[in-house]
Design a binder for this molecule. Structure first.
Ligand SMILES: Nc1ncnc2c1ncn2[C@@H]1O[C@H](COP(=O)(O)OP(=O)(O)OP(=O)(O)O)[C@@H](O)[C@H]1O
Ligand SMILES: [Mg+2]
Length: 402
């Protein structure tokens, strides 16, 4: 039972495809960043893509997380080829839809491209710019390429190449006077800083594009969910206000909300739902973060010390390798620490997706929820370790400035 976000999707689709003067920068690309499990993919699939198509656009969608081992460029090329192939096929669903919404007549018998589909994106084959240009000229409509989890294209030569090819396509098509359609690019990602990196850094392909926060589900979703669960929960139905704030406290993640409501249902009949829900939400949130925190702990005391430092300084941390940092780690774990060791620990934390590189030499915690949970744990530890006699905390430094 997916909650539809039709109005939001229509508004976004209109901004993209029929931009007002102020929105034309969206033609340089739109990036949506949102935390994990907040419904990004669901929104694209069930709301945004249909809304874009209803306005006559051809949408090519690819999820770079669908096959984490695959080369991102291959996945994108494959998705483009698949769409072109369908357009070549008389009577295909996509052609029928185009005829309905965009009064495309030329396409009735299937599109004809002056290149082999298998060559699209190949080094000495047809460039993406050429392929999209041919498509737009025949379809006479906008083409939207959506790359879900686009940050996976960062950090590899193939990915860089792909992003530059997309930028070239965008620049070639969108600057043509009287182009019959535009090439639009939407990327989503779970790593806010990495997604931003795509649009900010001068040498990145999408310099100048717009980055927005993914709009998380809100009160209308809460009202919808409560309506759905009313029959099962009966007297255990919480109020919308309490549910909404519990939902937020769990990172606006639908799955967590469902778990919390299930716990409510299992409580004894005279429990008070509005009193219990916040506690349930808190412990579920903690349990989810726990899984991640245990990964840090499993890497040993130095990993804990480094992770703590990055958490406590917050966001954009540079000084993880400084002499001062090394001394602090040494004091915490009770032995000398080399910069090399720290480097390898950071490598482990990064490949476990707990940390991410924000820019050269700067690291941040990937998931703000995990960061917050870690900070809570540090504080709790300090209270415990301080003990009745007021012993100084042994393991961790006092978190600073947060
Ligand atoms: N509008 C919605 N109504 C009901 N459930 C939803 C809605 N959007 C998302 N969900 C549920 O939330 C969960 C996460 O959704 P989804 O996979 O779309 O999120 P995501 O942000 O793309 O996650 P990931 O970070 O894993 O890519 C899924 O179980 C999905 O069914
Ligand atoms: Mg997703």
């Amino acid at each position: 039972m997916t909650f539809r976000r039709t109005a939001l999707a229509e508004q976004m689709a209109t901004q993209l495809l029929r931009p007002s003067f102020l929105d034309t920068s969206l033609r340089s690309g739109l990036f949506l960043s949102g935390q994990r499990r907040v419904g990004k993919t669901t929104f694209l699939a069930t709301d945004l893509i249909p809304a874009l198509e209803a306005l006559g656009a051809i949408v090519v969608y690819v999820d770079l997380w669908s096959q984490p081992q695959a080369n991102p460029a291959d996945l994108v090329h494959e998705a483009i080829r698949k769409t072109l192939k369908e357009l070549q096929t008389p009577g295909s669903g996509i052609l029928k839809r185009l005829q309905q919404v965009a009064s495309v007549e030329a396409g009735a018998a299937g599109f004809k491209f002056g290149f082999k589909l298998a060559d699209v994106g190949k080094d000495d084959g047809t460039s993406l710019a050429r392929a999209f240009e041919a498509l737009i000229d025949q379809a006479k409509t906008n083409v939207v390429l959506i790359i879900d989890e686009v940050q996976h294209a960062l950090g590899s030569a193939d990915g860089d190449h792909l992003l530059h090819a997309l930028k070239a396509a965008r620049d070639a098509i969108n600057t043509r006077p009287g182009t019959p359609g535009y090439f639009l690019f939407i990327g989503t990602g779970s790593h806010r800083a990495r997604v931003q990196e795509l649009t900010l850094k001068g040498n990145q392909a999408f310099n100048g594009a717009v980055t927005n926060e993914f709009p998380v589900l809100g009160r209308d979703f809460i009202d919808y969910v409560l309506e759905q669960v009313r029959p099962q929960l009966g007297a255990m139905l919480p109020s919308a206000d309490v549910t909404e704030s519990a939902f937020r406290s769990m990172g606006s993640r639908p799955e967590e909300l469902m778990k919390a409501l299930n716990v409510l249902r299992s409580l004894h009949a005279d429990a008070l739902p509005d009193e219990h829900l916040p506690t349930i939400a808190q412990s579920l949130g903690a349990a989810a973060a726990d899984v991640e925190l245990q990964k840090v702990e499993a890497m040993g005391p130095l990993a804990e010390a480094v992770f703590s430092r990055i958490c406590s300084i917050g966001g954009d941390v540079k000084g993880v390798f400084t002499g001062e940092a090394l001394k602090a780690y040494a004091a915490q774990i009770g032995r000398d620490v080399t910069a090399q060791e720290v480097q390898s620990i950071i490598g482990m934390l990064t490949s476990a997706n707990l940390l991410m590189r924000v820019k050269h030499g700067h690291y941040g915690v990937t998931d703000p929820f995990v960061e917050k949970a870690w900070m809570n744990r540090l504080q709790a530890d300090q209270l415990l370790r301080a003990g009745p006699a007021g012993d100084p905390p042994r393991l961790y430094n006092q978190p600073q400035g947060r």
